[in-house]
Design a binder for this molecule. Structure first.
Ligand SMILES: CC(C)(COP(=O)(O)OP(=O)(O)OC[C@H]1O[C@@H](n2cnc3c(N)ncnc32)[C@H](O)[C@@H]1OP(=O)(O)O)[C@@H](O)C(=O)NCCC(=O)NCCS
Length: 227
């Protein structure tokens, strides 16, 4: 077994594979970082609470945050707070990132998500497919009770993805953004609405059945999609 294989046998999350239509997701790896930083779009918001490094340009600070986001998620993983970052590809080409995250998942059973796509890969249904892929993982394999998503009220693309997958409006709140205060719109998808939609059947999930300890849940709820 090569070096990568040995690592996958220790960090079992690296073996997860999701597919929805022509959109494929696999956990981000170190060798993806340069490509992800290169295509990180200007309109993907970074966390306004993370301080910038003085002396580094804003674009290079934002690329630096893509790298630290990857390392931070792996280094701080715990059952009570985790974030799984997937590289999204279409026809073998890396086009963006879809993340799935949760705090206190065993008790609360609620997942959140975040995503971005390179500008030339938008408005083709990729955003919806990659969100559906992680929702299938959350609801059908991890036993989530609800999924939430939040976006600025003027982010019609993110809100469009949520609405098209059956999320319902769940209120607004004031928030800080790099450009100043803004209104966040919160969306929520219930397990029963996901199941009634039948969208889980459009997603293939592989490699998750041994990952129960990472999420603090009994596995498998549902086995991997049959080969
Ligand atoms: C959010 C994002 C991932 C959506 O991906 P996408 O592939 O363009 O979205 P889809 O093509 O799957 O569209 C899904 C739905 O949203 C709607 N939509 C997408 N972009 C839209 C836009 N700019 N304005 C209005 N509606 C939009 C689509 O019409 C579709 O709805 P429908 O099924 O009712 O027609 C992408 O726009 C992006 O990367 N944005 C920048 C980063 C970002 O804002 N991330 C979210 C942070 S909360």
């Amino acid at each position: 077994m090569g070096g990568g294989g040995e690592l996958e046998s220790l960090w079992l999350l690296f073996g997860i594979r999701l597919r929805c239509a022509h959109v494929e997701l696999r956990p981000a790896r170190e060798h993806d970082l340069a490509q992800l930083a290169a295509i990180f779009p200007d309109d993907a918001e970074h966390d306004p609470n993370v301080p910038m490094l003085d002396g580094l340009s804003l674009p290079n600070n934002r690329k630096r945050l893509v790298l630290q986001g990857y390392w931070g998620a792996l280094g701080s993983w715990s059952v009570d707070s985790w974030c799984l970052n997937f590289v999204v590809s279409v026809d073998g080409r890396t086009v963006g990132v879809q993340s799935l995250e949760a705090d206190h998942f065993p008790e609360l059973r609620v997942v959140d998500s975040g995503s971005w796509l390179a500008a030339d890969s938008r408005r083709q249904g990729v955003g919806r497919a990659m969100r559906a892929a992680v929702l299938a993982l959350a609801f059908d394999h991890l036993g989530a009770a609800a999924a939430v998503s939040s976006a600025r009220e003027d982010n019609l693309a993110s809100l469009g993805v949520s609405r098209s997958l059956g999320y319902r409006d769940n209120g607004v709140s004031a928030s800080r953004a790099p450009t100043g205060p803004c209104t966040l719109r919160h969306m929520r998808l219930r397990r029963e609405d996901w199941q009634a939609s039948g969208r889980g059947a459009t997603v293939e999930v592989h490699g998750v059945s041994r990952c129960g300890p990472w999420f603090g849940v009994e596995m498998p709820l549902t086995g991997d999609t049959p080969a």
